[in-house]
Design a binder for this molecule. Structure first.
Ligand code: KG4
Ligand code: ZN
Length: 339
């Protein structure tokens, strides 16, 4: 079989990324230009600033990605691009760019759902991995518990009812003036702290629910911080970080294990930016081991936003004949499973 070369583009939030994949799972290049430094001083992503930076950067990223992959535009078989969910202005930069390339090169365009991209990062990391399996997707914008029936076929078991897991990390870090993005900072601090120092609530919702809710936990942490301040008591940042993180990951792990049990799945994958969390990875592995369940997650660089994961999802759509029209629009609130 001839090799299929996919050019992938991702600009849904604050990373401008372009990559080249061979046969969907082999990375030839995966260039990522992060805007974190730019947004840090605002304590979060400023949409207008993000869009402008994508426009400034995208040409250079394409050049780098092609050079590193050692290919020219003529070698490309298809173009995969994120069209949602995300910030509309940011999405439109990558999508317009992808559409222009597809038109000029006369190559098929494949619009990719960003959340689907996160799931697919696991296929790149683990060449032998095949559906079905249970996947916990936890990022800055999304928290989902999904049964992956086949490539591109999803049964959604649960989702967040309020804040996404990563959003909770970012908000708590902000409340403690720790910097942005909060996830990696809290993850590091947790290693130095006592996870049992403060007993924050574990929110499981209804007994059989696979949904998540993090806003109650967020309020509990904010209340604790305010109380300590009012009473002029010490706040041990490491202990608060570790106790908060433990409250998040215990719920994530327990619900994921219950989903694996329901689906009779002996594989659990984790995806999205929060899949980089070392506490989450460790606890999931510890608890799954005794149950004979294998836990897989991408390397950290493939957990957070990158084009390669989009290329992998786009590849499986392409080989199934799912091609997009050139009038494809950005869909900021695109749901998993929507095409
Ligand atoms: O997947 P991602 O890059 O973007 C979205 O699609 O949202 O995820 C970014 C999120 C941020 O909220 C960030 O704080 C979180 O992932 N994150 C982490 C870690 N690394 C990144 N959260 C917890 N622990 C980490 N090590
Ligand atoms: Zn993402």
């Amino acid at each position: 079989m001839e090799n299929i070369i996919t050019l992938a583009i991702e600009t849904s939030c604050d990373e401008t990324s372009i990559g080249v994949l061979k046969n969907g799972r082999e990375i030839l290049s995966n260039r990522i230009s992060s805007q974190i430094e730019l947004h840090k001083k605002f304590g979060g992503v400023v949409p207008e600033v993000a869009s402008r930076k994508h426009i400034e950067t995208i040409d250079y990223i394409l050049d780098d990605a092609l050079k590193e992959a050692n290919i020219s535009l003529n070698d490309i078989d298809n173009i995969a691009v994120t069209y949602g969910p995300g910030l509309v202005g940011a999405l439109l930069v990558g999508l317009s760019y992808g559409k222009a390339l597809a038109y000029a090169l006369d190559k098929p365009l494949v619009g990719v759902n960003h959340i689907e991209g996160h799931i697919n990062a696991n296929f790149i990391e683990h060449p032998e991995l095949e559906p079905p399996f249970v996947c916990l997707i936890v990022s800055g914008g999304h928290s989902h518990l999904v049964y992956i029936k086949d490539y591109g076929e999803y049964e959604i078991l649960g989702r967040t009812r309020d804040d996404a897991a990563g959003e909770a990390f970012d908000k708590i870090a902000r409340a403690m003036n720790l910097g942005y993005p909060g996830g990696p900072i809290i993850d590091e601090l947790s290693k130095e702290g006592n996870k049992d120092a403060v007993n924050f609530p574990r929110v499981y919702l209804e007994e059989d629910s696979f949904d998540f809710s993090f806003s109650g936990l967020k309020s509990a942490v904010l209340n604790y911080l305010n109380n300590q301040k009012q009473k002029d008591l010490d706040i041990v940042v490491e202990d608060v970080a570790a106790s908060f993180q433990q409250a998040v990951i215990e719920v994530l792990v327990n619900k994921t294990l219950r989903a694996a049990n329901l689906k009779n799945s002996n594989i659990i994958t984790i995806a999205g930016g929060v899949a980089a969390n070392e506490g989450l990875r460790k606890l999931m592995e510890e608890k799954a081991k005794g149950l004979g369940i294998d836990v897989k997650y991408p390397s950290k660089i493939l957990c957070t936003d990158n084009a390669a994961m989009i290329g992998c999802a786009g590849y499986y759509d392409y080989i199934k004949g799912r091609i997009s029209d050139l009038d494809l629009n950005a869909v900021p609130n695109l749901k998993l499973g929507d095409k």
